[in-house]
Each structure stands twice: as structure tokens, then as C-alpha cells.
Design a protein around this ligand. Structure first.
Ligand SMILES: [Zn+2]
Ligand SMILES: [Zn+2]
Length: 280
């Protein structure tokens, strides 16, 4: 069985959520895992997280100085969210009361809010962000039911896949269980994602040279085996059609040791070629 040797979606203590790994543990444990090419990708939803990215970059630079052999193998990235233009503009102007860690989502007056990403070339250059993982993390003011969720998320996936800043589209069909308005996971039946939708996404990925993420903790390890059967079967087809697949553990834990063994068995089972995985 082939070993996974890359991972592009890893959080550290500098992410605004529960993520808690230190940069030191990250690089030491990846050496033990046999992961040779990887990156740190802490969260940035809006300008509110600029300081998180600054601190993540500082810790990254210190680690590279301490372990120079990581140069060219350990990279600096970020995970951005699809946000609504309305809220990003408001937050940029400082128009909020409480610090909006996850945006101003609840009170947006706009139906079908226009999506955006909170980073641009200037921001990327400022912090030396080498690659961007784009995630859909919540609905932007959609109709709060299963059909509404699927079409709203899909709109965001296409937007994220086609965005010039995106290198990797994160965790397709991950669902945030905290999303109160739609209590059960709207993606619990993979066949609800029609062939037409999958085809459209494949086109967007291919035309924009965007990699599709095999997200371990959010998707591959989170859904039941029958679901993953269909999901990874489709991923294998995408790989055969020339779409790059990128591994993203999406580790928010204190330790990443042993994160890949289960995935190696699954990828082998579905004929997914580990040697063709996306690398920076
Ligand atoms: Zn994410
Ligand atoms: Zn993540």
C-alpha cells in the first residue's frame, strides 16, 4: 500500500477556532508520519483574522529558521471562507458591535448575497501566502431547508473553485453540525448531489486548475462507509479525468501523529493514485 506523503490543510493554535497544535509539534510529528510535503493553513474569514495570519507566519518563519531542512517542503498557506460581499465590506469599515469572528452572517438583508473572498494579491504578498485553500463553511443567507442548503452550498463551491485566489477547494460536502437553522445534515445522501452538479464542479475545477481536496477529518473520517464508498468512487473518476486531488487532514487537534493510516487503506481500496496527488 502506498503512503500518503503530503498534506495541505492543517491548523495550528493560530486559527480562530478550537485548533490547538503548536508549529513545533506539527513539523516534528509530520516527520514521524512520513509526510514530506505539507503546509500550514490557518483560518482567515475576514480582516478580523489578519492578526492570526501574522502570528502564524511569525511562528512558521521561526520554525524554518530552527529547521532549515524544511525549506521547500513545509509551506505557508491559509484557509479562506466564501463570505458575502456585504459583510466583508461592513467589517472592513468597522461597522459592527461585537467582534465578528465568523462574519455578520445572521443579519444580512440580502437574499442571494454576492460571494467574495477576503484576501487579494496584496494580502497574499504581505504575509507570503504560498497557496490558498478555499472552504465553504456556512450558508450565505439561503432558504433554511435541505434543498436551499444544497443549492446555496453548490453556488459557493462553484464560486470557490473558479476563484483566481483558490488553489485547493476544501472539504466538499462537509457540514457544520452547529448550523442551527438546518438541524440535520442536508448532504447525508450522496445521490442528492446530481450528476449534473458533479459535472459542473468538475468543469470549474479543471478550467481553473483548482485541486479537489480529499478532506480527512471533515469528510473521509466523518461520513459513514456507504457514503464514503460513493464519494471516493467519484474522486477516483475525477482523478482519471485529470483533476488533481489534494490531501487535507484538516487537523484541528493538538496532535497529527497517525492521521493518515486509515486514509491510505481507503485510497488503496478505491484505486486512488497517491503518487498523483497535488503538490506545491
Ligand atoms: Zn474549513
Ligand atoms: Zn480547515
Amino acid at each position: 500500500m502506498k503512503k500518503i506523503t503530503s498534506d495541505w490543510h492543517i491548523h495550528t493554535e493560530f486559527s480562530c477556532d478550537q485548533a490547538c497544535m503548536t508549529m513545533e509539534d506539527l513539523v516534528n510529528e509530520q516527520a514521524q508520519n512520513g509526510i514530506t510535503d505539507f503546509g500550514v493553513s490557518d483560518h482567515i474569514h475576514t480582516i478580523i483574522q489578519e492578526d492570526d495570519i501574522r502570528r502564524s507566519r511569525k511562528a512558521y518563519d521561526e520554525i524554518l529558521e530552527k529547521y532549515p531542512s524544511l525549506k521547500g517542503r513545509f509551506h505557508f498557506g491559509a484557509e479562506v471562507s466564501v463570505m458575502s460581499e456585504w459583510e466583508v465590506e461592513k467589517i472592513n469599515k468597522g461597522e459592527y458591535d461585537e467582534v465578528p469572528i465568523y462574519g455578520l452572517r445572521q443579519i444580512c438583508p440580502i437574499v442571494d448575497a454576492r460571494p467574495t473572498l477576503a484576501i487579494d494579491d496584496e494580502f497574499r504578498q504581505k504575509y507570503g501566502i504560498e497557496y490558498v485553500v478555499t472552504g465553504v463553511h456556512w450558508p450565505l443567507y439561503m432558504r433554511r431547508d435541505k434543498k436551499g442548503a444544497i443549492s446555496e452550498y453548490f453556488r459557493q463551491y462553484l464560486y470557490g473553485a473558479a476563484h483566481p485566489q483558490t488553489d485547493i477547494l476544501a472539504h466538499f460536502l462537509w457540514w457544520n453540525a452547529c448550523e442551527k437553522e438546518v438541524p440535520s445534515n442536508p448532504f447525508s445522501d450522496f445521490s442528492d448531489i446530481s450528476e449534473q452538479m458533479r459535472g459542473e464542479l468538475e468543469c470549474a475545477l479543471k478550467e481553473n486548475d483548482t485541486a479537489f481536496e480529499l478532506n480527512l477529518y471533515g469528510v473521509v473520517y466523518a461520513y459513514p462507509p456507504a457514503y464514503i464508498d460513493e464519494y471516493l468512487g467519484w474522486c477516483k473518476q475525477m482523478q482519471d479525468r485529470g483533476i488533481a486531488l489534494a490531501v487535507g487532514s484538516d487537523c484541528h487537534r493538538a496532535h497529527i501523529l497517525g492521521a493518515y493510516e486509515k486514509a491510505e487503506i481507503l485510497f488503496d481500496k478505491y484505486g486512488i493514485d497517491v503518487d498523483k496527488f497535488w503538490k506545491l
